[in-house]
Design a protein around this ligand. Structure first.
Ligand SMILES: Cc1cc2nc3c(=O)[nH]c(=O)nc-3n(C[C@H](O)[C@H](O)[C@H](O)COP(=O)(O)O)c2cc1C
Length: 184
């Protein structure tokens, strides 16, 4: 099994949209879910819930309910061996942070999968109503993401990233990081 350092893993993960026709064993899925539990969450409320979908008909149904123009962005849902559906039930006190909490867990899932040689893609284009109906989720549930997963059948090049000087500032947003301030 592949094992990589954390920083290496953070930098080499890619969105994988094409998968081998090779099943992902339950014990591997369990290891990923076990890892995901360690994500940080507001007041440690751990609101994340995952439905692991392998059933072909259910996967096809998850893809439904989208406008034609959007469908290409979710085609891998029908093709991936596994689709994780990440959702939560809003709490009155913590609802402000729960999307962040579940997003943290989803990021952990992408990275844990990468560390074990699986490819994943975060899918934001889905019909929440369709997903909830397909999986019998509670009425109040909020679906944060679908994550397709499987052994990669592609090795995409890294996508461009903005340089640090464009995304970071010193003390206020008027002073870009790297604007001549000496090292401290
Ligand atoms: C919130 C979110 C929603 C996304 N939705 C989709 C999607 O619906 N379909 C898709 O193919 N990729 C989707 N992606 C993947 C992004 O396109 C991808 O992360 C980005 O282009 C950078 O590429 P990389 O992940 O290979 O570094 C999504 C990513 C995030 C974080």
């Amino acid at each position: 099994m592949k094992d990589i350092t954390l920083i290496e893993g953070l930098k080499t993960r890619r969105s994988i949209r094409s998968y081998l026709d090779k099943p992902v064993p339950d014990r591997l899925i369990e290891e990923l879910l076990e890892t995901v539990r360690w994500a940080p969450s507001s007041s440690n409320n751990q609101p994340w819930r995952f439905v692991v979908v392998r059933d072909q008909k259910k996967k096809a149904s998850l893809r439904g309910g989208l406008r034609d123009a959007i469908i290409p962005f979710s085609k891998q849902i029908g093709e991936a061996p596994v689709v994780f559906v990440a959702w939560y039930t809003p709490s009155i006190v913590l609802k402000k942070w729960q999307v962040s909490d579940v997003s943290n867990a989803v990021t952990y899932l992408l990275l844990a999968a990468h560390a074990r040689g699986l490819g994943t893609c975060w899918i934001g284009w889905f019909s929440e109503e369709r997903v909830k109906k397909t999986l019998n989720l509670p009425k109040k549930a909020v679906v944060v993401a679908l994550v397709t997963a499987g052994y990669p059948a592609e090795d995409p090049k890294p996508k461009d990233r903005k340089p640090v000087s464009d995304i970071a500032f010193r003390d206020t947003c008027d002073a870009p990081w790297g604007s001549g301030v000496a090292d401290r």
